[in-house]
Each structure stands twice: as C-alpha cells, then as structure tokens.
Design a protein around this ligand. Structure first.
Ligand code: TNX
Length: 502
C-alpha cells in the first residue's frame, strides 16, 4: 500500500516563482521507469537531481544521454536542457503526464528548477531510505527568474568555528532556497580562521584551542579545506565571498603579530563579545605589508570575483586614519584582481569604481551608502533589524542577541530592499544577504535554528518578483517546510505565528 501524500499546489514553493500556470489534469508521477535525460552542460545537475531523488524513492533513475529534442518529452523522462535565451539563472519547468521538461537559461537555472522540483514532491522525498509514497508532481508550467543576482547567507566562523563538514551542510540547506553566495566572516577579535602561509602565526596562535567566544570555538581552515569548500560551493552554483575584517576586529591578528599594534606590544587574547576596541595602525608600513600578503593569498585561493574587507565598527580608529587606511587597502584588492566589498562605513572614503557597499545598520537613512549609490556603486542590503539571523526571534528565545531588536519571521519578511534607504533604489541593488553572527552559537543545530525559518524570508525577497510578496501566502508555504526540515534533520525554530503541521 502506498501512503497518501499531502497534495502540493504548483505554486507552493519558496521563493515564490514568478509565473505559475497549474494544469490539474497534467500531473506527472515519478516511478521505477522514470529516467533523466541531460543535455550538454547539465550532466552534473542531472547527477545532483538523481542523488536527491534516489534514496527516498528507491528508484534507479538512470541518466540517459541526449537523444531528446526540446519540447518532445517522451514517456517517463525528466529532461534537462539549456536555452540561453531564458537568461542567467532562469528556468522554465513544464510538467505533463509524460514527463518534465526543465529548461534553464544556463546550468544554474536548471539547478534552480531542480530545487523547485524537490519542493513540489511530497516531503518524504528528503528521507534517506525508501518511502512508500506516490511521487506525484503537480502539472502545469512554472516560469521563474531571480530579481537579484546576489542572494547570500553569511556564516561567522571567527566567533565560533564551523568545520568544513558543518559549512557544507549549512550550504546544502541554503541552496534549497536558491541562495547563490556564501560570505565567510573568517577573522575577528576572537579568532583567525584561514591559513596564511606568509603569516603562519595567525592560525597557529589565534586559530587553536581557547579561541572563539568563551574560548570554546577553536579551529581554522587550511588552504586545502578552504579550496574544498570553494569547490563544493561551486558545484552548487554558490560563490564563496571571503571576509578579512580590517581595520577593526583585528585583536586575534595582533595577538599573533604584535608589530600590528601601535606600541608593538601583544594584546591579551579576547574571548568576550565586545566590539570596536582593536585597530590596525594606518600610519605603519607593516599594516600594508600584512594586508597585501593576506589579500594576495586569499585572492589566489578564491575564484569568485569578490573579497570582503570588513571595515565595520572601527570605533578606535580616527576618521582620518580610517579613510587613509581604506584608500590604501581597496586598491590592493583591485591589484589582486578582485572587486572590493565592505560594510557601509567604508563609504566615507573614496572607493575604487568596482567597490560594492553592504548596508547593515538599522537606521532609516544612511548618507554614505546613498552617496556611494549615486556614484554608481552597487549595494547589498543586510539591514540588521530585518536580515540578521543572530537576532532573537522573541524575548524568550535562545540563543541570539537583541541589539537590533527582535526579528520575528514577519519582521524578516515584511520589507523591501528597494524601499529601505533613500537614494538606494532597485537599480543600485546587487542583492540581499542574511548574516549569521556566531557569538551566541555553539553548534550547527544552533546555526540552523537561527537560520530557519528566517532565511527563506530573505531568500524570497532576493529572488521573487516584488508583486508576489504576500505574508499570508508565505506563512502557508513556510509551514510546509517543517516536514522537509524534519526529514533532513535540520533544526528550526517553531515560531508560534506559523501553523506548523504535526
Ligand atoms: C555587529 S554587523 C557587527 C558584528 C557583530 C554583530 C552582532 C557588523 C558589520 N558588525 O561584529 O557580530 O553586530 O549582531
């Protein structure tokens, strides 16, 4: 006997697809005879699809080569094809009784169609062993494309280190919501988490035992670890954005190399959650030797176009020193072939034209960000009162901080990046990011609990057309994620405003 699966509607997907045309007479059922056909360039995505469907269905789902003309889906085939005319990351999925024709504008678009397909199947599809379920996909056509090209999560591995395996697992949960960048906050006062050959004490001293908040978040990525993560992300169409936070947030670097302080005396290692007390010295030549070496090594390891230089909360750097430092630092990023990206405080300096500014505060205006946008710089929106995954959901939830207020799911969902700051309109926006700072986190489950269910809200704001945004619709679609997270072993916060199924 097959179990009765909960029927899914064609539009019951997060992020909401742009255009949905259901055809209730056209459902398709995946069965033991179903095969996958992969056009040139989609072979890896076909493997990803098969790997996602095989465990729970128990079917072989062989991947046959081409031999299939676009538009001619023969019985029992999920056909993956590419048509560049659709545009980057876009896809169209036509579901009919004979099969599924999934056309991507590029392989990334096919990958996003696959994420949609996974959500259209019964939740049991996420189980690790065969389930007695009829694997019906609702019929009709979805046409979908992203609103923004930059849809990002951020993991703070400095305050609490997350291993390669944990970071991969985190990334796997993000890509299901069509996130395409993972920003790694690699360095801070409490730890340095990336191996740098020319400054080996950074990790030898500040990456080991006793580092991290409360001294319980030790570890660092070797170059091989980092490259493994970059490759894993790339296989899922995710760009890794490494951050080396300067000129503030550098206590861990100064502990390892006292020549980076004003007086040359090593500070005490810090494991508390204070911010804004450390700074590189704008007038010292060692500062720029250090920055140049680190940026060179990071650039060499990073195929993505961006290096994030932090620039936030430099509270003990004078305004003049801050400008001097930023105006010497950013050209080094450019010299190493990358686009500089930094928190919006950086906009007080003159920025190279390719620089991107990331807004993070809670104010309703920001002159520096507006000026940067007017000068043609792209902006990433991460207002803390909407996107910060480390804020508490409610006064009585743990873990989390509350300096930016409480961030309920509705608070995370109910805003638009093009309305957030005067002077920063749709055309200036590169996209959105949901940062997860880790001062109060101790485990991957903590990270998941803070991320879900708020990350899907930010993902929908980043991907879906503005006219689809609707809280009532979102909260209903969100409720359907619960059995999917449970099946995957992903922790989430069961916020009371959502009618979670039991
Ligand atoms: C502010 S956001 C910071 C971080 C903290 C975070 C905690 C930003 C650019 N700086 O140093 O971890 O608040 O929410």
């Amino acid at each position: 006997m097959k179990g009765v699966a909960v029927t899914r509607g064609l539009g019951d997907v997060i992020p909401a697809p742009g255009e949905v045309r259901p055809d209730t007479a056209a459902d398709f059922t995946i069965d033991s005879g179903t095969r996958i056909s992969a056009a040139a360039g989609t072979e890896d995505v076909a493997e990803h699809l098969a790997a996602a469907l095989r465990p729970a269905t128990g079917y072989g789902l062989p991947i046959g080569g081409a031999g299939l003309d676009a538009g001619a889906v023969t019985s029992g085939v999920i056909a993956l094809v590419v048509d560049a005319a659709l545009g980057s990351e876009a896809y169209r999925m036509e579901i009919s009784p004979g099969g599924i024709l999934l056309t991507g504008g590029d392989p990334a678009g096919v990958f996003y169609g696959v994420q949609t397909l996974r959500q259209l199947l019964p939740a049991e599809i996420y189980a690790g062993v065969p389930q007695q379920v009829t694997w019906t996909v609702p019929g009709g056509t979805i046409s979908d494309r992203p609103r923004f090209s930059y849809r990002s999560g951020m993991l703070d591995v400095a305050r609490h280190f997350f291993t390669v395996a944990e970071a991969k697992s985190y990334l796997d949960t993000l890509v299901q919501f069509k996130i395409n960048h993972l920003h790694l906050h690699l360095t801070d006062d409490q730890g340095w988490r990336i191996e740098i050959d020319s400054w080996p004490k950074l990790t030898a001293i500040s990456g080991g035992e006793g580092t991290g908040v409360d001294g319980v978040g030790p570890g660092f990525y070797t170059k091989a670890d980092y490259s493994e993560l970059v490759a894993y992300a790339a296989a899922r169409f995710v760009t890794i954005v490494p951050e080396i936070d300067m000129p503030g947030h550098v206590n861990a670097a100064q502990v390892a190399y006292p020549e980076l302080t004003t007086d040359g005396i090593a500070p005490e290692p810090r494991t508390d959650v204070e911010v804004g007390y450390s700074s590189l010295v704008a007038a010292k030549k060692e500062t720029y030797t250090f920055a140049d070496d680190v940026l060179r090594e990071i650039a060499a390891l990073t195929p993505g176009p961006y290096i994030h230089i932090g620039g936030d909360e430099a509270l003990v750097t004078t305004a003049e020193d801050y400008r001097t430092f930023i105006e010497r630092l950013l050209p080094l990023v450019v010299k190493h072939g990358k686009r500089p990206l930094g928190w919006h405080e950086m906009a007080s300096a003159d920025l190279p034209p390719t620089t991107i500014v990331q807004y993070w505060r809670i104010e309703a205006t920001d002159d520096g960000t507006a000026r940067a946008a007017a000068a043609g710089h792209k902006v990433i929106m991460s207002p803390a009162d909407r996107t910060y995954l480390d804020m508490k959901y409610a006064a009585d939830t743990t873990p989390g901080l509350d300096w930016a207020g409480l961030v309920s799911i509705e608070q995370a969902y109910g805003w638009d990046p093009a309305d957030r700051l005067p002077g920063v309109t749709e055309d200036s926006l590169l996209g959105v990011e949901a940062p997860l700072w880790s001062e109060t986190l101790r485990t991957l489950a903590d990270a998941q609990t803070m991320t879900f269910p708020r990350l899907p809200a930010i993902a929908e704001i980043g991907w879906s057309p503005r006219e689809t945004h609707n809280w009532e619709s979102f909260r209903t679609r969100l409720a359907a994620c619960a059995p999917r997270w449970r099946a995957q072993g992903v922790a989430f916060h069961p916020a009371p405003e959502i009618n979670w199924p039991h």
